[in-house]
Design a protein around this ligand. Structure first.
Ligand SMILES: [Zn+2]
Ligand SMILES: [Zn+2]
Length: 346
């Protein structure tokens, strides 16, 4: 089969490789679509090899069950679904509480194995996955469904975790209307009656934010925090979702979140929010505000995201590419030229 693999640091190659054999507790998925994520770029630019053998990227996988392992019950070939990206142990206290995204088996790193970031991912014709990771999608289109596995899941998890702040009449700031942010705006619209303020440097992404349901958009700049304060009677926004995570957006989050508000770090831009343990006031994090580094989501978050998509309440905007054009699609993503989510079709 063909697979898009990371062969050396920074080098992607479309290679001919044997199709995987599913183990006794696994499923073989015939990939229908596989989404591109900024975290793939992070892996692509690591100065060292992620593992000795070439790695197939892709952690947003939608497809059809092509074969079922001997010990798997309750799944049949031909079923359509997406792959839950946290391959967690399923039995530890966190998993038992439904917090599979911070599974204890993954130690303090708390990032369970994820396809395309350790085990082979979905940018191939076939991928073997744990049977427990398969979540049915009904008749959803594969290209539409693939981004649910991360872009929707991760946004949904961050938003659900801030639901106390997202009461009617509150303000939620969404920083970055890219692959995750544009879905996050739709999830906020579907779940809450909060006022949504989207912030982006790119006019095309602000336009997308409006299309997705943002009530107001702001061009990111030096005065953005002041403008958010002015829009909220000087208090700030009850929830701030930073889908970018660079210095400027992390500091904007701290400066624009309200007292008792929720600041959620989602984008992995290595930004420094500059939080100190000094008294609140001025540019400091206000009293009562919480900061959470939000990783992925739970399996229930994925099931809920699929339900929202099937109900027509959320839909990722996608740009479709052939598997062979994967490297080009990553270059466009890196240049900020993808509207919504880029998806590869094998
Ligand atoms: Zn991702
Ligand atoms: Zn676990």
């Amino acid at each position: 089969m063909r697979a898009l693999q990371l062969t050396e640091p920074g080098r992607l190659e479309l290679r001919e490789v044997p199709a995987p054999e599913p183990g006794p507790t696994e499923l073989l998925i015939q990939v229908g679509a596989s989404g591109l994520c900024h975290s793939d770029l992070h892996v692509l630019h690591l100065p060292f090899k992620v593992r000795d053998e070439p790695l197939t990227l892709g952690h947003e996988i939608a497809g059809t069950i092509a074969a079922v392992g001997d010990q798997v019950a309750g799944r049949t070939t031909g079923e359509r679904g997406v792959v839950y990206l946290c391959w967690s142990c399923g039995v530890c206290p966190e998993c038992a509480s439904g917090n599979e995204n911070v599974c204890r088996a993954a130690g303090r790193v708390a990032m369970p194995p994820c396809p395309g970031l350790g085990p082979d991912g979905g940018m191939a014709e076939y991928v073997a996955v744990p049977a427990s990771s398969f979540v049915p999608i009904g008749d959803l289109d594969f290209v539409a469904a693939a981004p649910l596995a991360d872009a929707a899941l991760t946004s949904y998890h961050a938003i659900r975790g801030a639901h106390d702040q997202l009461y009617p009449g509150s303000t939620a700031v969404v920083i970055g209307a890219g692959g995750l942010g544009h879905v996050g705006i739709q999830i906020l619209r579907a779940l809450t009656a909060t006022r949504i303020v989207a912030v982006d440097t790119d006019p095309a992404k602000r336009e997308l934010a409006t299309e997705c349901g943002a009530h107001e958009t702001l061009a990111a700049g030096d005065d953005t925090a002041d403008r958010i304060l002015a829009m909220t009677g000087g208090r700030g926004a009850e929830a701030v979702f930073d889908f970018v995570g660079v210095d400027a957006t992390a500091q904007l989050s701290v400066r624009s979140v309200a007292p008792n508000g929720a600041y959620r770090m989602i984008g992995l831009g290595d930004g420094n929010p500059g939080i100190t343990a000094g008294p609140a006031g001025g540019p400091e994090l206000p009293w009562g505000a919480t900061v959470r580094k939000s990783y992925g989501g739970t399996k229930r978050d994925l099931i809920d995201s699929i339900a929202l998509a099937r109900a027509g309440r959320i839909s990722a905007r996608t740009e479709q590419f052939a598997l062979a054009d994967g490297a080009h699609a990553y270059a466009l993503l890196e240049q900020g030229r993808i509207r919504g989510r880029a998806v590869l079709v094998p």
